[in-house]
Write a protein that binds this ligand. Structure first.
Ligand SMILES: CCS(=O)(=O)c1ccc(CNC(=O)N2CC3(CCCC3)c3nc(-c4c(OC)ncnc4C4CC4)ccc32)cc1
Length: 280
């Protein structure tokens, strides 16, 4: 018989030596429990519930409110957005802590994964609060179009974020699929400067099994390669964001180093950038 085009084993040839559960406490007996714990963690740390935002989807900013955003200076708007983003990232940190196996990684590897992955998970989550009919995203309590972010002076980045959100909505993922996808975005053994890449690889493999399992159960294996394409878009989006952030930090050093929330220093300021005397 013809091999199914998406033979699950073709994606993840099972390696018996790499039992994904070798890492876990006996409590997680099977893949269903792994998926259930990631889905539960996603639901408990999702900051807003999709249903409650659905009810708000036509609550748009008034002309005056848009004017107010657009009359902010560049660094005021970046600072305002930074606060919103940092709130969102803190929920992602909570999500990460409940992914089976994440807490068994070294502190440094947990930070390394969050340093690069937290922004990507925020963007995946953001795309759930996106209204494709009027091209608006939930921000600051209402649904905002790209014009709200004009004074950030990075229209290409905002356009890329909106395009990404459109692309994610087109996949019509369920919350369970988003939960597993978010965990996979975060647990990535290819991240730079990991101490124990092998250990991260084992956790990543088990999360991949979980996602494959969920997609197989939903009879949507074809989504797998579409999701990997989304990951590639996420990477490029976040490097564009880092480029803007470097430009912004040079242009507004005071804001970048002293006004951004402390998380910035933990998650994003590399040693070189830390001003002398800023050492904690
Ligand atoms: C991470 C903690 S931190 O280290 O302290 C930190 C690090 C960097 C920055 C500066 N970047 C920034 O503020 N950004 C960038 C981006 C657009 C590209 C990637 C995400 C973004 N998005 C939002 C945002 C939304 O944030 C929750 N929610 C809805 N919409 C939007 C906007 C349409 C993009 C709000 C801020 C925001 C701030 C803080």
């Amino acid at each position: 018989s013809r091999q199914p085009t998406h033979d699950l084993m073709a994606i993840h040839p099972y390696n018996p030596l790499e039992d994904p559960y070798s890492l876990y406490p006996h409590s997680l007996r099977n893949i269903d429990e792994l998926c259930a714990s990631i889905v539960r963690s996603h639901r408990e740390t999702s900051q807003y519930r999709v249903e409650e935002l659905q009810a708000l989807r036509w609550k748009l900013f008034s002309r005056e409110e848009i004017q107010a955003y657009q009359s902010k200076s560049v660094d005021e708007m970046w600072q305002h957005c930074a606060i919103r983003l940092t709130e969102a990232v803190q929920y992602v940190v909570e999500f990460a802590k409940h992914i089976p196996g994440f807490r068994m990684l070294s502190q440094n590897d947990q930070i390394a994964l969050l340093k690069t992955g937290s922004m990507e998970v925020v963007l995946v989550r953001m795309s759930r609060f996106f209204n494709t009919e009027n091209n608006t995203v939930f921000f600051d309590g209402k649904f905002a179009g790209t014009e709200v972010f004009k004074s950030l002076a990075c229209g290409d980045l905002i356009t890329a974020v909106f395009d990404f959100a459109h692309g994610m909505c087109a996949l019509k993922l369920t919350e369970q699929q988003i939960a597993l996808f978010s965990a996979l975005v975060l647990i990535n053994a290819d991240r730079p400067c990991l101490e124990d890449k092998g250990r991260v690889q084992r956790v990543q493999r088990s999360v991949e099994f979980g996602l494959t399992h969920i997609l197989h159960r939903d009879n949507q294996e074809s989504l797998m390669h579409k999701l990997y394409q989304r990951v590639a878009v996420l990477r490029s989006l976040c490097s564009l964001h880092m480029e803007k952030l470097r430009w912004f930090s040079q242009r507004y050093p005071l804001t970048a180093h002293s006004l951004f929330p402390p998380l910035y220093k933990e998650l994003f300021a590399s040693e070189a950038e830390l001003l002398p005397g800023n050492n904690h």
